[in-house]
Design a protein around this ligand. Structure first.
Ligand code: AP5
Length: 218
């Protein structure tokens, strides 16, 4: 089963990807996490894309498709893929179709999460991340115990470079222009989820929908 988590920045895709991939034994591929890891490592690819990612623009489609192709080869013991933040353009969606076709597979379901801009902006301004182990917090809804350090590994939490008001507004614009057309592209396998509810309510809705979907499709 191959599933895409689609939705605007900050709607909660990454948070849900961790839960859903465990629930269905899926290989969780987050392009944002992979790109930030390259930037952190300072490799050639990371140097090339740093300014693009930090400005909230999109990394070129061909680079992303190559990245996905190599990540998909690493999948060994999972029951499919969960794509978080990919595809983000129709060109990337067409690229993914080709990669899956070669494996005689397809995109089975697309979870479209939505929430109002006000909720999204509040969530992103309050997001804090652990630079060491990647755990994501929220000062309003899921704060770390001491407000500053990671509960898991103790590292000092940071604000993502693209989590400032100006860049968030730009990311929302980029989403509407380049990514929202995918709602039409995937209209025959779209499951719409209200992302404004609590993390556990959203997770329950997604799990129930995928369950219904996979029962109906054998
Ligand atoms: P990416 O990392 O994918 O960023 P994004 O799509 O903007 O999404 P976010 O990670 O900001 O948010 P999210 O929806 O995962 O929310 P989260 O769960 O963290 O991409 C970053 C950049 O990389 C892009 O701008 C682009 O430059 C580049 N890029 C990536 N993929 C690309 C591609 N395919 N093509 C080209 N370029 C690409 O939640 C947000 C906050 O809210 C957290 O604090 C969380 O704790 C909290 N929260 C989550 N759910 C809830 C809830 N239900 N209730 C209350 N709080 C919640």
């Amino acid at each position: 089963m191959n599933i895409i988590l689609l939705g605007p920045p900050g709607v909660g895709k990454g948070t849900q990807a961790v839960i859903i991939s465990k629930e269905f034994n899926l290989c969780n591929i987050s392009t944002g996490d992979i790109l930030r890891e390259s930037i952190k490592n300072g490799d050639d690819f990371g140097k090339k894309i740093k300014h693009i990612v930090e400005s909230g623009a999109l990394v070129p489609d061909n680079m992303i498709i190559e990245l996905i192709e190599s990540k998909m080869k690493e999948n060994k013991s999972y029951d499919g893929f969960l794509f978080d933040g990919f595809p983000r353009t129709v060109k990337q969606a067409e690229g993914l179709d080709k990669l899956l076709e070669r494996r005689s597979e397809k995109v089975d379901a697309v979870i479209a999460m939505n929430a109002g801009d006000d909720i999204i902006i509040d969530r992103l301004l309050a997001r804090r991340v652990c630079p060491q182990c990647g755990t994501v917090y929220n000062l309003l809804t899921n704060p770390p115990k001491d407000g500053k350090h990671c509960d898991v590994c103790g590292s000092e939490l940071i604000v993502r470079k693209d989590d400032n008001r100006e860049t968030i507004l730009h990311r929302l614009e980029v989403y509407r222009e380049s990514t929202a057309p995918l709602l039409e592209y995937y209209k025959d396998r779209l499951i719409t989820i209200d992302g404004s509810k609590s993390v556990s309510d959203v997770a329950s809705s997604i799990i129930a929908s995928i369950g219904r979907f996979s029962n109906a499709n054998g």
